[in-house]
Design a protein around this ligand. Structure first.
Ligand code: GLC
Length: 532
C-alpha cells in the first residue's frame, strides 16, 4: 500500500487547541507567544494527542483577540515572527505533532490595507466591492441599510465615514466594528484566500481550521431578515447571512487545493449549524471535518445526549464522515462550570472528556480542558472580550492563562520569573491547585485520566478494536445511564442520573473515577467497556 492509499492521519485524530495568548509567555510581557509554545511542546506531546490547532497569531489589532486579521501571511510581533512559526513547525513535526492554522475568511480587520483603501476610495469605487458597503436608509443615509444584527450585539453596520455629508455608506460587520465582512461575491476575494491557503500549506502547515465556515456569503441584495418575534442574533437566527449555497463552491475549490499537497492538508470547519445542515459541509468533495457543536448546548441530560448522538449518527451515514467531537473551545463556558461547578462539575467534566475520547470520530481538546480548569469569573474591569463590551456574553473566563506551576511566581509559571507585566487576564488565587506540574505527578488527576484515555484510544485504534468508520448506537438505560455502543464492540457508558447504575456487560477498560464498586457506575462517572 502506498502512503497515499493509507487512511489519512486525521480520521480518528485528537487535536489540542492552543490559544497562544494564554499558553506560555516566554518574554514576560504577560501575553503568550510562539517561543513559549515551542518550549512547552513536550507537555502537549506527552499528553498523547496527534496535533495542535492554533487560534490566530497573524498580525492583528487584537480587537477580537486575533480574529481581526490585518495581514493573513505573517505573525503578529506580540506572538513572534515567521521564523518562530517555522521553528514551531519543525519542533512539532519532530515530536510527531501536526499543526493547524486558523483561517478567518468571513471578515478581516478594519486595519487591513484593502479595507483602509476601500474607505478612502469612497462610494462607487471598485475597492468598496471587496466588502459589503451599502447606502444608508433615511433622508440622509442616517439609518443602517438593513436590520441585521451583530453576533456580538448591536447593529451589524457602522458608517464608513462618520459625519461625512457625501459618503452615505455603511459597512457590514457581523462581529465587532473592527471586523468588516468580506464580499465573497467578488471573485477576487476567493483568489486572495487561495493564496493565503497556499502560503501556509507551502510553509508546511498540516491544515487549517476555518472560522465561521457557514458564513462567508450573504443573501444577494442584502435584504432585511424576518424577526420572528425574537431577536436576530447575528448569525444563528439570521438565514440571510448563514449557510448560503454558494459557500459550498468555496470548499470544493479548497478541497481540491488541499488534496493537491503531499501529504494532503486537512480542512476543519467551524460550522455552527444544526446537524441536519452541518453534515452537508463534509460531503466527499468538501471539508474533511466540521465540529459537532451539538453537545455543547446540552446540559447533563442523558436523553438529550442520546437524541443528538442519534441524529449525528444519521448524518454520519449521509456524509460518510464521522462527527468531529468538541466539548470546549475558547468561545464556550468550560465544562466543569457548565455541568454544575465544584466537585460535581469536575466529576462530570472528566466523565464527559472520557466519553468524548471513546466516541467514533476525531476529537478536539481545548487547552486546560485536560487540567479540568473551571470557567473564571473575570472581574469586569479586566474584561476585554468585544462580545461582552457590545452587550453579549463574556468569553474571557475560558481564556485565562494556563497554570503551569504550583508556585505563584510569573502567574503560576505562565510568564518567566521576574516578568515585567501581569498576565493579560488576571489568574484566580487558587489557580495553582490546577497546575500542570501538580497533575503530572498525580495518578488520580484530570490530566492523568486524559493521558490514560488517549493512550488506550491509540492502542485500540492500532489493534483495530476502534475503527475510524465505526458507527454508533445511542440509548439511555435505567437510572439515566447514557450508552453509546460502537459497531466495533466498545461501549461508552455515562451515569448521568442521580443514582449508581449497573454497568452494561463487558470488560471494563477505563473509568473516569477510580475505585468503583464492581459492576456499578457511580453518578457522574463514565466508562469504556469491551464486548458484552
Ligand atoms: C469564531 C471564533 C470567535 C470569534 C468569531 C469571529 O466564532 O471562534 O472567537 O470571535 O469567530 O471571528
Amino acid at each position: 500500500m502506498t502512503s497515499s492509499q493509507t487512511a489519512p492521519w486525521w480520521q480518528a485524530a485528537v487535536i489540542y487547541q492552543v490559544y497562544p495568548r494564554s499558553f506560555a509567555d516566554s518574554d514576560g510581557d504577560g501575553i503568550g507567544d510562539l517561543p513559549g509554545l515551542i518550549d512547552r511542546l513536550p507537555a502537549i506531546a506527552s499528553l498523547g494527542v496527534d496535533g495542535l490547532w492554533l487560534t490566530p497569531f497573524q498580525p492583528s489589532p487584537q480587537v477580537d483577540q486575533g480574529y481581526d486579521v490585518s495581514d493573513y501571511c505573517d505573525v503578529d510581533p506580540t506572538f513572534g515572527t515567521l521564523a518562530d512559526f517555522d521553528r514551531l513547525l519543525a519542533h512539532a513535526h519532530a515530536l510527531g505533532l501536526r499543526i493547524l492554522v486558523d483561517l478567518v475568511p468571513n471578515h478581516c480587520s478594519s486595519q487591513h490595507p484593502l479595507f483602509r483603501q476601500a474607505i478612502s476610495a469612497g462610494p462607487g469605487s471598485a475597492s468598496r466591492d471587496w466588502f459589503h458597503f451599502a447606502d444608508g436608509r433615511g433622508e440622509n443615509g442616517e439609518l443602517p441599510p438593513n436590520n441585521w444584527r451583530s453576533v456580538f450585539g448591536g447593529l451589524a453596520w457602522d458608517r464608513a465615514a462618520p459625519g461625512s455629508q457625501t459618503d452615505r455608506q455603511w459597512y457590514l460587520h457581523l462581529f465587532s466594528a473592527g471586523q468588516p465582512d468580506w464580499n465573497w461575491r467578488n471573485p477576487a476575494v476567493g483568489d486572495l484566500f487561495e493564496e493565503v491557503l497556499r502560503f501556509w500549506f507551502d510553509r508546511g502547515a498540516d491544515g487549517v481550521r476555518i472560522d465561521v465556515a457557514h458564513g462567508l456569503y450573504k443573501a444577494e441584495g442584502l435584504p432585511d431578515t424576518a424577526f420572528s418575534g425574537g431577536v436576530i442574533d447575528g448569525l444563528r437566527s439570521n438565514p440571510q447571512v448563514s449557510d448560503q449555497e454558494p459557500v459550498h463552491t468555496v470548499y470544493r475549490r479548497w478541497r481540491r487545493l488541499a488534496d493537491g499537497y503531499e501529504p494532503k492538508r486537512l480542512l476543519v470547519g467551524e460550522v455552527n449549524l444544526e446537524p441536519r445542515r452541518a453534515w452537508r459541509y463534509t460531503r466527499p468533495d468538501e471539508l474533511h471535518q466540521a465540529f459537532a457543536f451539538a453537545f455543547v448546548h446540552l446540559g447533563w441530560n442523558a436523553e438529550a445526549w442520546a437524541a443528538v448522538g442519534t441524529e449525528l449518527e444519521r448524518t454520519r451515514q449521509l456524509s460518510g464522515v464521522p462527527p468531529t467531537w468538541a466539548l470546549e473551545n475558547h468561545d464556550i463556558v468550560r465544562t466543569v462550570t457548565r455541568f454544575g461547578g465544584g466537585e460535581r462539575g469536575r466529576a462530570r467534566a472528566r466523565a464527559a472528556l472520557l466519553a468524548m475520547l471513546g466516541l467514533p470520530g476525531p476529537a478536539y481538546l481545548y487547552q486546560g480542558q485536560e487540567l479540568g480548569l473551571p470557567e473564571v469569573d473575570v472581574p469586569e474591569a479586566a474584561r476585554v472580550d468585544p462580545a461582552w463590551r457590545r452587550g453579549g456574553l463574556c468569553r474571557d473566563g475560558a481564556r485565562v492563562p494556563l497554570p503551569w506551576t504550583v508556585d505563584a511566581a510569573g502567574a503560576h509559571g505562565f510568564s518567566p520569573p521576574g516578568a515585567t507585566q501581569a498576565p493579560w487576564l488576571p489568574v484566580p488565587a487558587d489557580w495553582g491547585d490546577h497546575a500542570m506540574e501538580r497533575q503530572r505527578g498525580d495518578a488520580g488527576s484530570a490530566r492523568q485520566l486524559a493521558v490514560s484515555a488517549l493512550r488506550l484510544r491509540k492502542d485500540l485504534l492500532r489493534t483495530g478494536v476502534f475503527r475510524a468508520d465505526d458507527g454508533a448506537q445511542w440509548r439511555v438505560d435505567e437510572g439515566g445511564c447514557l450508552i453509546c455502543r460502537r459497531s466495533g464492540g466498545v461501549t461508552v457508558a455515562v451515569a448521568m442520573g442521580d443514582v449508581p447504575v449497573r454497568l452494561p456487560p463487558g470488560e471494563l477498560l477505563i473509568c473516569s473515577r477510580p475505585a468503583q464498586e464492581p459492576g456499578w457506575l457511580a453518578p457522574d462517572t463514565a466508562a469504556w467497556l469491551l464486548g458484552g
